[in-house]
Design a protein around this ligand. Structure first.
Ligand SMILES: [Zn+2]
Length: 247
């Protein structure tokens, strides 16, 4: 499966090497997928349930980090977890940033339309890839600057813990927030976000769900929003050895 370079990098290596039953890094993906599953149409929900492995017990969230665990088995997939954009421009342009044809951007539509195009005839795997990449592309630093590999080379402290900026956005913030506010239970965070979707953010939902005519996903928009959020929030005011913490 060579030639699958694409727009760049991966998530936290520790997730791959330590498949702890419920490591914190998993919770971001779990949260995205549980919320998505709760919003599916009846027909889509039935299809998802049929495709999930028995071990998932009907819970898409429990399998949403599968794509991180198969980067070595499916080598071609490892470059689909991130997109590199030019330093400091804070924009995404498909023609500039996705020079290889088989990038994650193209895969969104492939995954939606034809599983064979993503080199698997296994629809379960196609579902798990799509669910995972939808989470990745919405984590701001998965669409990040090229030279710092989406914040992976920026050493910082999260409170007193030495880590890198990318890891803070993948894992540390979620861990800290869940621990403080929800007794370390992701269900509390999920419920809070769902309450916002039906409340405070309700007037934005229609726009989130609408990509345009005849398209079911809009990865260009997701990526553009991602790098903008990275500049507005993740990179803002951060330099080597910054100390970051919650408010
Ligand atoms: Zn990923």
């Amino acid at each position: 499966m060579e030639g699958y370079k694409v727009c760049v990098l991966a998530v936290v290596w520790v997730l791959i090497f330590s498949p702890v039953a419920h490591s914190w890094g998993v919770d971001g993906h779990l949260t995205v997928c549980r919320i998505a599953q709760s919003r599916l149409s009846e027909a889509a929900a039935d299809a998802v349930k049929k495709l999930l492995p028995e071990s998932a017990e009907g819970d898409l969230g429990s399998e949403c980090s599968w794509a991180d665990r198969v980067k070595f088995r499916y080598h071609w997939s490892s470059a689909l977890h991130y997109i590199d954009t030019p330093d400091d421009l804070c924009t995404f342009q498909y023609n500039r940033d996705c020079k290889d044809e088989d990038g994650v951007m193209d895969r969104f539509n492939d995954l939606m339309n034809n599983a064979e195009l993503v080199h698997t005839d296994n629809l379960t795997e196609a579902l798990l890839f799509l669910s995972h990449f939808m989470g990745d592309i919405h984590q701001p630093l998965h669409v990040g600057f090229t030279s710092d590999r989406g914040g992976n080379t920026i050493d910082i402290h999260w409170y007193r813990t030495k880590t890198v900026l990318h890891h803070v956005w993948d894992t540390s913030m979620i861990e800290t927030f869940e621990t403080r506010s929800y007794d370390s239970n992701p269900d509390g965070l999920i419920a809070a976000i769902q309450a916002n979707i039906t409340g405070e953010w309700a007037d934005q939902v229609k726009a989130w769900e609408t990509c345009g005519s005849n398209v079911t996903t809009c990865p260009n928009r997701y990526a553009s929003e991602g790098i903008k959020a990275a500049c507005d929030w993740a990179y803002k005011g951060v330099s080597e050895d910054s100390v970051l913490q919650g408010k």
